[in-house]
Design a protein around this ligand. Structure first.
Ligand SMILES: NC(=O)c1ccc[n+]([C@@H]2O[C@H](COP(=O)([O-])OP(=O)(O)OC[C@H]3O[C@@H](n4cnc5c(N)ncnc54)[C@H](OP(=O)(O)O)[C@@H]3O)[C@@H](O)[C@H]2O)c1
Length: 344
């Protein structure tokens, strides 16, 4: 089978090579997926550079964190999944830029019938992650205000829709007029180009001087620190990602801003597990139980059925275009999700 593998740590077009590698065989409680669509995730760029410590295996490895396809082989204990159309994160959060991927059962979901393969690829990760961020972590309530950064991005575009569906006032930031227009289309109440200046006075003004209730932050760095100037009393800041530079993970924050802000700083990671206690003991991390994933999926399917939310596909590219498409994402040229056609 064909797969894009990271051979060296560099920019995507230098790091990735299209290789012919052996077919995969599923182990116990694992499925093999004949991949139809995969999708760009910002973390794959950090993986190419070797600065994404969560997924940093020995070279070469197959990149790609998300797939949609059909289960064509199963290990013991996964028999019920054979032939099903699924969406998932492959095991180890890698291996998605390939014609086949292996996945365990913790993160495996059937694709809702109403979505085609491309739509499912744009739906799964952004909407689950945004739901966990806004609801399970930030406990967003109707009538509250939410500041969403990189709101025209893959994950941001889902967050805008879910925040609106929850009855919140949505303040969206993004880096160009076309991106702001998309945010408006998705339901944002007010938009701001944060490449043109400091957004924090604008947020304070938009919230009648009080500051915003919830911040949804996939950008990090200076954007995070400026958000603390405009978050309100008892606000909740959800750290979702670091698109402006994952190296900021190491730089630390000024604790004074958090103390004097009287707000809560929250983290979120999209990983469901059926063994939360074992993960806790082995790593110290807290992953969401799979039962939460099932509840989130059920709520999202209701919202899809009522056409309250829709996956946002910015662009569809061919399998041979993965490295160039990742570089377009790195250069902030993408909107919504970039879906990669793998088969059919
Ligand atoms: N917590 C989790 O479980 C989890 C899992 C996967 C991914 N993530 C994170 O979620 C974030 C969003 O991922 P995504 O795949 O949906 O990407 P994305 O938001 O579609 O693309 C990145 C966007 O970030 C914005 N950005 C701001 N500063 C940037 C910079 N210096 N360089 C590049 N882009 C910059 C750009 O939008 P503007 O031009 O509008 O600023 C750009 O279009 C990433 O940080 C990713 O690591 C989190």
């Amino acid at each position: 089978m064909k797969a894009w593998r990271v051979h060296r740590h560099a920019n995507p077009t230098k790091a990735l090579e299209l290789d012919e590698i052996d077919d995969l065989e599923p182990g116990p409680e694992q499925v093999r997926i004949a991949v139809r669509s995969t999708v760009l995730n910002f973390n794959d760029i950090d993986g190419c550079y070797g600065r994404y410590r969560t997924v940093n295996p020995p070279l070469p490895y197959v990149a790609g964190m998300e797939v949609v396809g059909v289960v064509d082989a199963v290990g013991a204990g996964a028999e019920e999944w054979l032939g099903k159309r699924v969406m998932t994160t492959p095991d180890g959060a890698m291996g998605g830029y390939a014609e086949q991927a292996l996945a365990g059962l913790d993160m495996l979901f059937e694709v809702p019938e109403s979505l085609d393969d491309r739509e499912a690829a744009a739906f799964f990760f952004p909407f689950h992650l945004s739901h966990l961020s806004l609801h399970e972590r930030a406990q967003l309530r109707e009538g509250e205000s939410v500041l969403i950064h990189a709101a025209a991005g893959g994950i941001g575009s889902a967050a805008v829709q879910l925040a609106k569906a929850a009855g919140a006032k949505v303040l969206a930031t993004a880096g160009s007029e076309a991106k702001l227009e998309l945010c408006r289309e998705l339901g944002a109440d007010a938009v701001f180009d944060y490449t043109s200046g400091d957004f924090s006075p604008w947020v304070v003004e938009q919230t009648d001087g009080k500051g915003v209730d919830v911040v949804f932050d996939t950008v990090g760095g200076e954007v995070t620190e400026r958000s603390w100037q405009c978050i309100g009393l008892n606000g909740r800041h959800v750290m979702v990602g670091f698109s402006s530079g994952i190296d900021r993970e190491d730089s630390g924050f000024e604790p004074r801003a958090i103390l004097f802000g009287n707000f809560a700083l929250l983290g979120v990671i999209l990983v469901y597990t059926r063994n939360a206690d074992a993960i806790k003991q082995a790593t110290g991390w807290n992953f969401m139980p799979r039962s939460v994933g099932d509840e989130v999926e059920a709520h999202l399917e209701e919202l899809l059925a009522s056409k309250t939310i829709r996956p946002v596909i910015g662009r569809v590219v061919g399998f041979d275009e993965v490295p160039a498409a990742l570089e377009a994402m790195e250069a902030r040229k993408t909107m919504g999700r970039t879906v990669v056609e793998v088969q059919g």
